[in-house]
Design a protein around this ligand. Structure first.
Ligand code: SN0
Length: 338
């Protein structure tokens, strides 16, 4: 695997989920694979989970992991081509990327959408430059339009909790649905946030074995490249009916690019709305603004799975790094043991 941006990059999802289970059961089983291999994780923006889980995944695989905070520790990097560099950025990505590539085997990049120029963001201009000029496999650690490590961890979490729920229902002699109903709901937030998390979540859910619904206020429709085939329901409470998983997230407008059109707290996920679900699990990628996105009661309830969801970030990152390491070693053996 040379890049990890899209659900397509991971191939068959059932195999990927089996591999995730195996990595989870035996996190140190591949220590030899990463020996003398180095991952460099570059952060243009803040991070807690992504930074720590990527490093932990690399360490579990026996790799060396180096983290660089571009706006803190290094020279500020110019990202636009053809500019006169007479401002506050002493180094251009065009030199920085091949230099970074020469120090490592795998590169991870966090670079949020600027939310000003939609074409620049949606062309994944910065990530594409890393692919082109580093000569190394590149993982998106949330780039302008996608957050695939998060979406993969979300899928792993849904798979685990759905299986548990089905087993419990079957043991109690109750009917078990064939597929879970998963609802992505927009929720209010005081700042303009990227569409990367909901874009990837939609893309991965549409490829997975679930019934997928998106609920949002008018004007918050996401880019169709990611949502084509999803059911859209503008009435949030109606969307929640019979849901098994509620996935809350704020995003800024795609059509009115980068704008905050609403902060309506009628969209906050609360107990009243959760009551019409099928005892749904609550999910969020974190960081989450309590009592904006979700009420304290919902996020503190036993059905809130935000912490195991975050814990699975190590698992998703480890599967991705493992596949990249295997491609580097030219191994073609099955990716998981049956
Ligand atoms: C980021 C986002 O894409 O929405 C990262 C999520 C994994 N979230 C934020 O920037 C939240 C910042 C805030 O002010 O709450």
């Amino acid at each position: 695997m040379r890049r990890f941006f899209s659900v397509k990059d991971i191939g068959n999802l059932e195999l990927a989920l089996k591999e995730a289970q195996q990595v989870k059961a035996s996190p140190f089983g591949d220590q030899d694979l990463g020996r003398n291999r180095t991952a460099i994780f570059i952060f243009f923006n803040s991070s807690l989970r992504t930074r720590l889980s990527s490093q932990k995944a690399a360490l579990n695989l026996g790799m060396n992991a180096i983290v660089l905070n571009v706006n803190g520790d290094s020279w500020k990097l110019e990202t636009e081509m053809g500019v006169v560099m007479d401002g506050d950025k002493p180094e251009h990505l065009r030199e920085a990327i091949p230099v970074i590539g020469s120090y490592c085997d795998i590169i991870g990049v966090r670079s949020f959408a600027g939310l000003k120029d939609r074409d620049f963001d949606y062309a994944e201009t910065i990530l594409e430059q890393f692919c082109q000029y580093s000569g190394k496999p590149v993982v998106s650690l949330e780039s302008a339009t996608v957050h695939p490590c998060q979406a993969f961890a979300d899928l792993i979490t849904i798979d685990e909790y759905w299986k548990k729920r089905c087993n419990e229902l079957a043991a109690a002699g109750k009917t078990v649905k064939k597929r879970p109903k998963v609802v992505l709901t927009w929720a209010p937030h005081p700042r303009a946030l990227p569409q990367a998390v909901p874009n990837s979540f939609a893309q991965w859910m549409l490829a997975a074995d679930v019934d997928f619904v998106i609920t949002q206020p008018e004007g918050y429709e996401l880019c169709e490249d990611f949502t084509k085939g999803a059911a859209i329901e503008y009435d949030q409470k109606k969307a929640f009916e019979g849901a098994d998983f509620i996935y809350a997230k704020n995003w800024s407008s795609y059509t009115n690019y980068g704008q905050v059109l609403s902060m309506d707290r009628a969209w906050t996920v609360d107990e009243d709305k959760m009551a019409v679900t099928d005892n749904a699990f609550f999910m969020h990628c974190l960081p989450v603004r309590r009592n904006m996105i979700v009420s304290d009661a919902v996020i503190d309830a036993p059905t809130s799975i935000v912490i195991p969801e975050a814990a699975n970030r190590v698992v998703s990152a480890q599967v991705v790094l493992r596949r990249m390491l295997r491609s580097l070693s030219g191994e073609n053996a099955p990716l998981y043991h049956v």
